[in-house]
Structure formats: C-alpha cells, structure tokens
Design a binder for this molecule. Structure first.
Ligand code: KG4
Ligand code: ZN
Length: 338
C-alpha cells in the first residue's frame, strides 16, 4: 500500500519539534528539542531567545526526524506546520521552514492550529478513537472545552475568561520558588501534600467557561500573609490544595458539558493533561458515569510535531491546504468549522 508521509513542524513556544507520520496515525519519528533549560533561569519563556533557538535548531531537528523515520526528504508527500496560536517570532521560524520545504519539494503545505493539534494527539495514542467526543484542552495558553463533531468540524463550548490553567500552575510555582515550567513541579509536590489542608475558592462562572485568576490571587494572598506573619508554610499542602481546586473546576465543567451535549466520550489534551492527578480523577469520574475516557501518552500531551502532522493529515483529506504565502497568526482562535 502506498505510504502517505506527512512532515510535521512545531515551533509555537519553547520546543523545536519535527515528526514524520505515515497516514494519519502511524508515528515514524517524533523529535522534540526543548529549550526549557535555556528559559529556566529567566523564570519563563523569553520570546526573542525562543526565536533565535528555533532558528538554530530547526534544520537539525527536521534532519533527525527524517533520519529516525528512515525517510528521504524527497519522499515527503506534504508538510504540516503550526501557524498559531503562539509567539509570533517563534511561529515564523517553523512557518518559514515549512513554506520553503513545501515549495522546494512541490508538495502541499498545511496550516495547523496548535490547539487542534493537541486534540489530535489522542488519535495517535488511541488508534481506535473516532469523533464525536468532548475535548478538554488545558495548556499554558488555553483552557477550553471543545465539542468535536467530526475530524474537521469543531465547536467551542467554553473557555477560560482570564488565566489558562497552565498559566496559573506556572505562576504559583514561580512564587513558591519552584523552577519553570511550574506545572510538573506542583504535580510532584502535590503528591506528598494534603489537598484538604487549605480551602481555596472555586470560581463560580456561568455555562462552561472557566476562571482561574481568583484562585491564583487567593493562593498568592495566602503565601504573602504567611510571609508577613513570619509563618512557615507547607509548600506541599499549598501545591496539593491549589491543584485540587483547579482540577475540581475542570472536571465539574467537563462532566456537565458531556451531559448537556450528550457526548459519551471525553478526551484530555494539552500540557496540563500531563498532570497525574487530573488524569486519575477525570478517569475515575468518567468510569463512574459510564463515559469513555481517552488520554494521550505523556510525550504527546506537551508540545510536539506528531500531533501537528496528525491534524494536518486529516485536513489534507478535505484538501484544506495553505497558500504559499502563509503567515503566522499569534492569536489564532479555534476555527469552528472547516
Ligand atoms: O501544551 P503545552 O506544552 O504548551 C502550550 O501550548 O502552552 O503546555 C505547557 C503547560 C505549562 O503551563 C506547564 O506548566 C503545564 O503545561 N504542564 C503541567 C504539567 N506538565 C506540563 N501542568 C500541570 N501538571 C503537569 N504535570
Ligand atoms: Zn501546546
């Protein structure tokens, strides 16, 4: 059977990534060069440094993806690239590389929405998964509930009104003196803490929207007050209680949305999906309610190019190709219908 090889490229934030997929779901390679150690000393991603590092890394990462896949450049049938949302300078590196390769190889170029890519990571981890389903996408930049009707038809049901879940994790970790990115640090610390120790507030937001800024302020106030009074705080308890509050809000809304929209499959996506407690709790709640639960492997939760190639492949099936003058769109929203 003829192979359809998609080269995926992802440079929206602090990972330079390239992957080769055969068809929609077979990963031949998935190379990720992370810049986390570079940004760690600044406590967060420095956009200018990210762009420069992407420029240095992009071609070696693409070469490695081809080598690992055992594929020659001329065998690639199409190039899929993240064109938003993300940091503009970072996105432009991937977009420029993809445009150049697609032009030189005379193959179609596919423009992929990063958020849609996160959802599609689930198709790689769960080969039998098919839409329709409800997706909870939680990352450093987004917290959204999305109804996926079919492969190329999405509906945004709810989103955060202020901070993204990952952003709140990163901010709280930073104030507690934990290194960037804070999500995995809080996750680790929370395992030895008591989630019932501190009763942090859960925001009451209507419909299926989220809000994490009130919770973030409550945790910051708690930490500041303790510091002013010279009281010792138990960081593990703070981490566990904060994490519980985030997870409670995410799970409550997700389950309510699944009920309202009569969807019996729930998928988790985005960097915060790597949170062990979120995964465990959502899995438990789904099992109790007879909902099927899907979850990407850890490496496919955070930013990678296999998920971008996967999304690109399904766009190619409906000939959703990009023009050769494709530009990056840093604040790209979710395209609801293709
Ligand atoms: O999807 P992603 O890699 O990049 C964006 O598109 O934003 O998500 C990164 C976010 C960061 O905020 C990071 O702290 C969070 O995902 N994250 C986690 C965990 N691993 C990564 N948050 C909570 N628990 C984790 N284990
Ligand atoms: Zn992401």
């Amino acid at each position: 059977m003829k192979r359809i090889l998609t080269l995926g490229i992802e440079t929206s934030c602090d990972e330079t990534a390239a992957a080769v997929l055969n068809g929609g779901r077979e990963i031949l390679s998935n190379v990720i060069s992370t810049q986390i150690p570079v940004h760690q000393k600044f406590g967060g991603v420095v956009p200018e440094i990210a762009s420069r590092k992407h420029i240095i890394n992009i071609m070696p990462v693409i070469d490695e993806a081809l080598n690992t896949a055992g594929v020659e450049l001329h065998e690639i049938n199409q190039v899929a690239v993240t064109y938003g949302p993300g940091l503009v300078g970072a996105l432009l590196v991937g977009v420029s590389a993809a445009k150049t390769l697609a032009f030189a190889l005379k193959v179609p170029l596919i423009a992929v929405n990063h958020l849609e890519g996160h959802i599609f990571a689930n198709f790689l981890s769960s080969p039998n998964l098919e839409p329709p389903f409800l997706a909870l996408v939680v990352s450093g930049g987004h917290s959204s509930l999305i109804k996926m009707i079919d492969y190329n038809n999405f509906e945004l049901i709810g989103q955060t009104r202020d901070d993204a879940a990952g952003e709140a994790f990163d901010k709280i970790a930073r104030v507690m003196g934990l290194p960037y990115p804070g999500g995995p640090q809080i996750d680790k610390l929370a395992k030895i803490g008591n989630a019932d120790a501190i009763d942090f507030p859960r925001a009451k937001v209507s419909d299926f929207d989220f809000s994490f800024s009130g919770l973030k302020s409550a945790v910051l106030n708690y930490l500041n007050t303790a510091q002013m009074k010279g009281e010792e705080i138990d960081k593990a308890d703070v981490a566990a209680s904060f994490q519980r509050a985030v997870i409670d809000s995410l799970i409550d809304k997700t389950v309510a949305a699944a009920e309202k929209f009569k969807l019996d499959k729930i998928i988790l996506a985005g960097g915060v999906a790597a949170n062990s407690s979120l995964e465990e709790n959502l899995r438990g709640v789904c099992a109790k309610r007879g909902l099927e639960f899907f979850y990407p492997s850890k490496i496919l939760c955070t930013d990678n190019a296999a998920m971008i190639a996967c999304r690109g492949y399904y766009q190619s099936l409906i000939k959703n190709f990009a023009p050769p003058n494709l530009n990056a769109i840093p604040n790209l929203g979710l395209v609801t219908t293709n």
